[in-house]
Design a binder for this molecule. Structure first.
Ligand SMILES: NC(=O)c1ccc[n+]([C@@H]2O[C@H](COP(=O)([O-])OP(=O)(O)OC[C@H]3O[C@@H](n4cnc5c(N)ncnc54)[C@H](O)[C@@H]3O)[C@@H](O)[C@H]2O)c1
Length: 318
């Protein structure tokens, strides 16, 4: 199949591209190589992908419509995975414009460029953040959304634009609400790898709210398995799915586990960050049923693989 992946130098985009390339699909990847986190890591991911003859990469900024349309001219794909976005909740205070540019404008540009094109399915990344601080668990796809930060708001807007587009163009756009994806080649701004790199650099790690919150950690290999299965399904209308292990982990416990393994002591407790929600704990019944999924990877297993990867390779890039 011919598959288009935006954000191919990013964590999920890279991991999916690599898997699809190994399965002999033809992958077209774009990314603007944003410097939000280590460019060295993004370039290394691309270096690995470029070893495959069936990989085609171009540096394209999705917020620049002319650049995007020039790239997409005369190209058609079976499947689209739209992952390019400004990720991260806390960074939205520091660089709000980037969220508007890449997540709002970029998203509109991408979907409008596909208005007249034929394709089978269009999957795009949404986020668990769309739920906000709801206190009813597990979080179900049909719950009302209460986004409480700019990042979450951009994802809610994407979902409503996608719903409208699907209706107007009679196309199938499928939203994927990812919950704290972690693993090898992961993001240096997220808990596990941030802790490991702070340890390497001998820096103090600021632990938000003393770790008194929960996250539904979802291992990257499980996510990739899901994305692979999705391309072989049939969708008849716009839809949105939680992509989560549905096993929330208490952050304090996770941090204690990690610091014991890596023998790290420099933890500084800080006050609760208002942008962060207390708990993410998604219901994954719908995606499990759709794809006949069995169990998700146990957190301890995923964590050890991530730590081992960082020790062997990751430490070279951040
Ligand atoms: N990793 C998670 O836990 C998680 C959770 C919820 C949602 N998501 C969403 O999933 C998607 C992928 O996340 P990720 O963890 O791989 O993030 P990532 O930051 O590693 O990847 C995103 C990629 O998009 C690229 N990009 C940003 N702006 C761009 C632009 N204007 N034009 C072209 N490329 C651009 C970046 O350079 C980056 O390589 C994102 O949409 C993110 O919001 C991720």
């Amino acid at each position: 199949m011919k598959i288009f992946i935006t954000g191919a130098a990013g964590f999920i985009g890279f991991s999916l591209s690599l898997d699809l390339l190994k399965k002999k699909h033809i992958v077209y990847g774009i990314d603007n190589l944003d410097n939000y986190y280590s460019l060295k890591l993004k370039k290394e991911r691309l270096r690995i992908l470029k070893k495959y003859k069936n990989f085609n990469f171009k540096k394209v900024d999705i917020s620049k419509i002319k650049q995007l349309n020039n790239y997409l001219k005369n190209k058609n794909f079976d499947i689209i995975f739209h992952f390019a976005a400004q990720a991260g909740v806390r960074y939205s205070i520091i660089a709000p414009k980037k969220y508007i540019k890449s997540n709002i404008k970029g998203f509109k540009n991408i979907i409008s460029s596909f208005g007249k094109k034929k394709f089978k399915f269009f999957f795009y990344a949404s986020s668990s953040s769309v739920y906000g601080d709801i206190k009813k668990f597990p979080l179900k796809e049909n719950f009302r959304l209460f986004p409480n930060n700019l990042y979450a708001k951009t994802k809610v807007k994407n979902e409503s634009d996608a719903r409208m587009f699907s209706h107007v163009h009679k196309k199938k756009l499928i939203g994927l609400r990812f919950f704290t994806v972690y693993g090898e080649w992961g993001r240096p701004d997220m808990l596990i790898l941030k802790l490991l790199s702070h340890n390497k650099k001998n820096l103090f790690f600021k632990l938000n709210n003393d770790g008194n919150h929960y996250r539904d950690f979802t291992y990257i290999n499980d996510v990739i398995k899901i994305l692979n299965k999705l391309i072989h399904k049939k969708f008849f209308k716009y839809d949105v799915y939680n992509i989560c292990s549905s096993r929330p982990i208490f952050i304090k416990q996770a941090v204690n586990k990690i610091i014991k393994i890596i023998k790290y002591k420099k933890i500084k407790k800080i006050k609760k960050n208002k942008l962060e929600v207390f708990k993410t704990y998604g219901d994954n019944t719908r995606i499990k049923k759709l794809l006949s999924l069995d169990n998700f990877t146990n957190f301890n297993t995923g964590l050890m693989r991530t730590i081992n990867w960082y020790k062997k390779k990751g430490h070279k890039f951040f």
